[in-house]
Design a protein around this ligand. Structure first.
Ligand code: ADP
Ligand code: MN
Ligand code: MN
Ligand code: MN
Ligand code: MN
Length: 366
C-alpha cells in the first residue's frame, strides 16, 4: 500500500499536462468546507482562454459531502473570486479561489466569512488597512497506520528541549526544510504575496509570512498559500497541522500573528494614535474578538511560550508576552504598525482581518 503511494509520488504526473493542447486551461476551483478550517478543490476543464475572473463560470458541488448541506438540498454554488497561476500544473493553468452560496446564489453558505469580510473591507477602504500574517504550522508524519507525530521526533517520544530549533540549521535541529522551501517557491511562482519563512521554536514547527496585503486580499492570499502548502505536503507525505497547541507541555503552540496598520497609524502621530486610541478600543473588545481568533486558542494563550493570557488584554512596546506588541521601530519612527499576537494558527484570516478593521475603523458597526 505505502509502496504504491510512494510510486505515485515519484511519477511526475504534472508532466502530462504539458502534453495537453495549450488552448486548454485546467482551472482548480478551491473552497472552504464545512469544518471552516479545511479546503477542498476540484478541476474544471476550459476549452477556451481565461483572461479575467469574468471568464470563469459559477460552478456547483455536493455540499452534503462537505458538511455544508443536507442530501435533499445538496447543491452549493461556487463563485470565483480570485485567480492565481497554478504552480503545480504550470501555465496556462490556474487556481481559482471561490466563495460558497446556497442555491438562491445570494445566501452565503456555512463558513463563507469572506462575504461579510468583503463588505467590511469595502466600507473601510479609504483607511487602506494593511496586513501581514505570520502563519505557524507543524509538520506531522504518519507513524504506524493512523497515528501522526511531528517529523523528526522519536516515534512516540520527545526530542531535545526547545532552544536550538528557532531559525536553526543542521541535521539535529532542522526538520522539513525542503518542504518549507518548496512551498515558498511554489507561492512565488503562483503570484502569492509571501514575505518570508523561518523554522520556529518547536522542532518541526515552521512559519511563513503573507503580506503586505490590503483589505480582502490578505484573506485570499492566506487561504491560497495554505492550499499550496497542503498540496506540497501530499508530495512529501507530510500532514500540515494548524492546531493552536498540537503537543501539550513545554512545546510552543502555533499562532498567526496579525500585523496591522492603517493610513492613520502609518502617518505622522500614528504611534500615539495606536497607544492612546486603538489599544483602549482593543481592550474593550477583547472578549468579543478573541472568540473569532481560533478554536482551542485558550490552550495556547497561557501567558507562557511567548503569549499573553486568553482572557486578558495587554500590550507592550517590543514585548512578546502580551496580546499586542507595538514594534520598537513604530515607537522610534512615531508611526507604523502593531502586531496582534492573539490569533491562533487555525484562524479564518477573513474573520480576524475584518474584526480588526471593524473595531479600529468602523466603530464596531458590524
Ligand atoms: P516577527 O518579528 O513578529 O516574527 P515577521 O517578520 O515574521 O515578524 O512578520 C512581520 C510582518 O509584518 C511581515 O509579514 C510584514 O509583511 C508585516 N508588516 C510590516 N510592515 C507592516 C505594516 N505597515 N502594516 C502591516 N503589516 C506590516
Ligand atoms: Mn459526481
Ligand atoms: Mn515571525
Ligand atoms: Mn513565529
Ligand atoms: Mn510575530
Amino acid at each position: 500500500m505505502t509502496e504504491t503511494i510512494e510510486n505515485l509520488r515519484d511519477f511526475n504526473y504534472y508532466q502530462l499536462s504539458k502534453a495537453v493542447n495549450n488552448t486548454i486551461v485546467l482551472a482548480e476551483y478551491i473552497w472552504i468546507d464545512g469544518s471552516g478550517e479545511s479546503l477542498r478543490s476540484k478541476t474544471k476543464v476550459y476549452q477556451t482562454q481565461i483572461k479575467t475572473l469574468e471568464d470563469l463560470e459559477w460552478w456547483t458541488y455536493d455540499g452534503s459531502s462537505t458538511d455544508q448541506a443536507v442530501t435533499r438540498f445538496s447543491e452549493i454554488y461556487l463563485k470565483p473570486v480570485r485567480v492565481i497561476k497554478d504552480p503545480f500544473r504550470g501555465d496556462p493553468h490556474i487556481l481559482v479561489l471561490c466563495e460558497t452560496y446556497l442555491p438562491d446564489k445570494k445566501t452565503p453558505a456555512r463558513y463563507n466569512f469572506r462575504w461579510i469580510a468583503n463588505q467590511i473591507m469595502e466600507k473601510a477602504k479609504d483607511h487602506k488597512p494593511w496586513f501581514g500574517i505570520e502563519q505557524e504550522y507543524f509538520l506531522l508524519k504518519r507513524t504506524g497506520t493512523t497515528h501522526l507525530w511531528p517529523l523528526g521526533w522519536p516515534t512516540g517520544g520527545f526530542p531535545y528541549t526547545q532552544g536550538r530549533y528557532y531559525c536553526s540549521i543542521g541535521e539535529r535541529n532542522n526538520f522539513g526544510r525542503a518542504l518549507a522551501e518548496a512551498h515558498l517557491r511554489a507561492c512565488l511562482n503562483a503570484g502569492i504575496k509571501i514575505a518570508g519563512l523561518n523554522a520556529e521554536v518547536a522542532p518541526s514547527q515552521w512559519e511563513f509570512q503573507i503580506g503586505i496585503a490590503e483589505g480582502i486580499e490578505i484573506g485570499d492570499h492566506m487561504w491560497l498559500a495554505r492550499y499550496i502548502l497542503e498540496r506540497i505536503g501530499e508530495e512529501f507525505g507530510i500532514d500540515i497541522n494548524y492546531d493552536p497547541k498540537p503537543i501539550l507541555g513545554d512545546w510552543n503552540g502555533s499562532g498567526a500573528h496579525c500585523n496591522y496598520s492603517t493610513l492613520t497609524t502609518r502617518s505622522e502621530g500614528g504611534y500615539r494614535y495606536i497607544v492612546d486610541k486603538l489599544m483602549p478600543i482593543l481592550k474593550e473588545n477583547h472578549l468579543e474578538m478573541i472568540k473569532l481568533y481560533g478554536q482551542k486558542n485558550e490552550l495556547r494563550l497561557t501567558g507562557r511560550h511567548e503569549t499573553g493570557k486568553y482572557d486578558q488584554f495587554t500590550w507592550g512596546d517590543g514585548s512578546r508576552g502580551c496580546s499586542v506588541r507595538v514594534p520598537i521601530i513604530t515607537k522610534e519612527q512615531g508611526q507604523g504598525y502593531f502586531e496582534d499576537r492573539r490569533p491562533a494558527a487555525n484562524i479564518d484570516p477573513y474573520l480576524v482581518s475584518a474584526a480588526l478593521v471593524d473595531v479600529t475603523c468602523l466603530n464596531g458597526e458590524h
